[in-house]
Ligand binder design. Structure first.
Ligand SMILES: Cc1cc2nc3c(=O)[nH]c(=O)nc-3n(C[C@H](O)[C@H](O)[C@H](O)COP(=O)(O)O)c2cc1C
Length: 231
């Protein structure tokens, strides 16, 4: 996961996916200090997807398929966001069935959305309740919590003010290196701008400190240009 806001959008019928979504949210908030919004796709719409850097999508499985609203949500444009996807399924409960369930309900599902390159996927057990009575319960929230911890560990949210050498690319798990380049924003060009680059995937990002420096340099330059225009 990346620094910034996280959305967990889920669809549930029997409640297992909601319980998993809440466990993930609690873990990311309490252990990794991430800002997390939970959206039940049956009840609410996602107000502004653009505000999220990380999106975790979850859905239950019935009759061999993940729930429709969760699938529909996968059609969104997630460019530049870190995506994770999980399902709750009775078939994911035992070691014998787990791999099959993960392939069938998670990997095969995501293969229909080629624009999504998920950073993490998982199949958790679910439960079946009828008239308030639990018929089967294959949930294991310690597994859900462990998955959330992996997501949290890969979040560079704690980078603010720390050195570049302490930061890992959340996709490649490789240390970022500091680079300098010319940077252009709305026609304003800055030379020797410092940023971080992953040596593996080449993705670049600013630390909060670097972002502040760039913002100040742009505003100084714009103000300078404006004051010269007036003379
Ligand atoms: C009518 C029905 C059909 C189901 N079909 C499947 C299935 O095909 N494969 C599976 O792994 N689990 C199946 N399950 C179990 C669900 O995956 C389990 O109840 C899970 O908790 C659903 O997620 P939810 O509780 O968030 O709705 C089914 C459950 C019900 C009640």
């Amino acid at each position: 996961m990346a620094a910034g806001k996280t959305l967990i959008a889920y669809e549930t019928s029997g409640g297992a996916t909601e319980e998993a979504a809440k466990k993930i949210a609690d873990t990311l908030r309490s252990k990794y200090r991430l800002e997390v919004d939970l959206v039940d796709l049956k009840e609410q719409k996602v107000a502004d997807l653009a505000q999220y850097q990380n999106v975790i999508i979850g859905g239950g499985v019935r009759v061999g398929k993940a729930y429709e609203k969760a699938l529909k949500f996968l059609e969104n444009n997630f460019a530049n966001k870190k995506i994770a996807f999980f399902v709750s399924s009775a078939e994911a409960e035992t070691p014998a069935n787990y791999e099959k369930a993960k392939v069938k309900f998670v990997e095969d599902t995501l293969s229909k959305y080629p624009n999504i390159n998920a950073v993490a996927i998982e199949a958790f057990g679910g439960h079946v309740k009828m008239i308030g009575k639990t018929i089967t319960d294959n949930t294991d929230f310690s597994r859900v919590e462990a998955w959330a911890e992996e997501l949290g560990k890969n979040s560079p949210n704690k980078e603010v003010g720390t050195k570049a050498c302490a930061l890992l690319c959340p996709v490649c798990c490789v240390e970022y290196v500091e680079v300098e380049f010319d940077f252009e924003l709305d026609g304003v060009i800055l030379h020797n701008v410092k940023a971080l680059r992953c040596p593996s995937c080449k993705e670049e990002r600013f630390t909060s400190e670097q972002c502040e420096v760039v913002t100040k340099r742009i505003s100084d330059k714009v103000n300078y240009q404006r004051s010269n225009e007036g003379t």
